[in-house]
Write a protein that binds this ligand. Sequence first.
Ligand code: ADP
Ligand code: MG
Length: 679
Amino acid sequence: MLLKQLKEILRTTSGHLNKLKDIGVTTVRDLLLYFPRTYTDRSDLTKIVDLSTEEVNTVKGILTHLSTIRTRNGKFITKGMLTDDTGTVEVVWFNQPHLKRILYNEAEVVLMGKAKYAYGRLSLLSPSYELLKNEMVHSERIVPVYHETEGITSKWIREKIKPLIDDWAGGFEEYLPDEIIKNHNLLSYSDSVKNIHFPESEETLKKAVERLSFDELFLLQLKALQKKWYWQKISSKDEKKIPQNIDLIKEFLSKLPFDLTNAQKKTLAEILRDLENPYPMHRLVQGDVGSGKTVVAAAAILNTVKAGFQCALMAPTEILAKQHYQTLAKFLLPYGINIQFISGSTTQKNKDEIISQMKKGTVDLVIGTHALIQEKINFKKLGLAVIDEQHRFGVKQRTILKSFGSPHLLSLSATPIPRTLAMTIYGDQDLSVIDELPKGRQEIITRVVPENKRIDAYRWIEDQVRKGRQVFVICPLIDESDVLGVKAVTKEYDYLSEHIFPQFKIGLLHGKLKPADKEQIMKDFKDNKINVLVSTSVVEVGIDVPNATIMLIEGAERFGLSQLHQFRGRVGRGEHQSYCFLFPTSESEDSKKRLSAMVSHSSGFKLAEIDLNLRGPGEIYGIKQSGIPDLKMASLTDSITIEKARIEAQKIIEEDPELLKYPELQEKLKQETDVFVQD
Ligand code: ADP
Ligand code: MG
């Protein structure tokens, strides 16, 4: 019934119907699920003696002395007097000649508007109005405010929705299991829909919001968990099992120059356990920069190769892939593992050779960039694919997985996001968190440097460089046309070379350089042939230069906290005390708050949480790219509801993954498919 077309029911123009269609509303159901954006409380009436010139007044009274005149320049003015038991006030509307047909003398009305003194007396200016009926739609209650689009006002929507609710909202059937409703003391679905539009009270509004938020988070996670269950079921094969070789892992760990942190140990154990399953692992490891994700991946790779499988490791940039290659070679060559590197700049001849080795199964581990998935690649027996900073590939995991023939998949991310948010966005993956830095890591001293201290800072830096240290200078994009930030860095590079550090060797790094040139500059910086490296955000991920101890960030407030934290992670990797200087270009409250968070916190998780609360997930992670769902009611920062919803979703999937006992729920899940951005 709810699927009845609005055009059969609403008495309105086709223009309005088309506009509704534009916002995806064609049926009664759609309209009733078009939830308000916010509310104004108009249940408090103001008496005429108490009229305020500051705030919007809601006044009830009798209209008299109505008249509409036309001024010399063709404008309409409608005037009248409003009287209640405390007094009388003049009311004036400008240019609303249609009022003549709606309002009449002796009408009982509720007016809402600001009052103003003009010609020595108080007037209500162009108030909105509603004729008094038994049940008020626009006043004397908590009034819903809807997103307005051109030609469709909030008031119009209110008027249309109100009668529909009374007639139809009862038709929204309950789909949540009774037990969940009882456990969490939730309002029924139909009552929630009713009350979300025209709440009986603050209290019921709160209950309606609570219920509808719960639903969104619950359905989202239920869907993710169902997807995961299904994926595991269809891709289950005994040949996928990779047994743990405890002795080998012990030997590997005992030969490291350090002990793993507890968080690393736990993560490694989780991965090794996953590898033993007949279905592909789908695990995301989140850990701050420097938390030691690579060595954990190396142990998993070693275990996989020695069990007779091949491995692949992908990184988003050539520099990073190279670095991984060097690190892993150090860890794994002693075990006789054949490692190859492949990237866009690998010659065709070498590529062909490596690809043929992959097919034959004579290469154990291939490390590379995008090139790895762009080539027509076939592994003989790929057991494990590791993807570093997967979100930077802009490729859906499933696509990557498919092109690799569904091996076990391990993603590494140094962009920590709060756990509850991760649960909702990456609900179909398992999460490991390395939330502990290796012992003895130094704290990076972070300061916000005001403009009048800039020269002092440069002098101090000069002194550090004389002592042999190296410096990163990061510049933000300054104008839209400068997409790669080339102009900005080049200008900064010229300025620093000519005026500030003419005695030092300055390097310039940006995304427009040829890969080989980039490589050369990074190499020179690593070899300390460059003292100060001026760069765009391309240095963001993973680059390891232990002798670099100063990170200077221009226009720091233009970067998100997570990104600033990534930059800061480029220093503090060696024996020397390291520093991060933030140069803001704006003094706004918001930027002050964010930059001072950088000064007080060193944990990426903590900063991610603060960023999330300050800016919201869409702003930070980008709705489309990250697969963050566009939720109507729920907040992705509402960790309590997320947690509750997660637990209930898990219970149901464990007990009845196909929802055979819950047909209404299964149906609802299907309807809501389009809400979920993630593939
Ligand atoms: P990330 O998590 O940022 O990828 P890396 O894996 O690059 O971090 O590790 C950073 C550095 O810390 C490397 O030089 C690595 O060898 C070292 N490292 C890793 N684990 C430990 C540990 N438990 N104790 C000391 N150093 C460690
Ligand atoms: Mg890394």
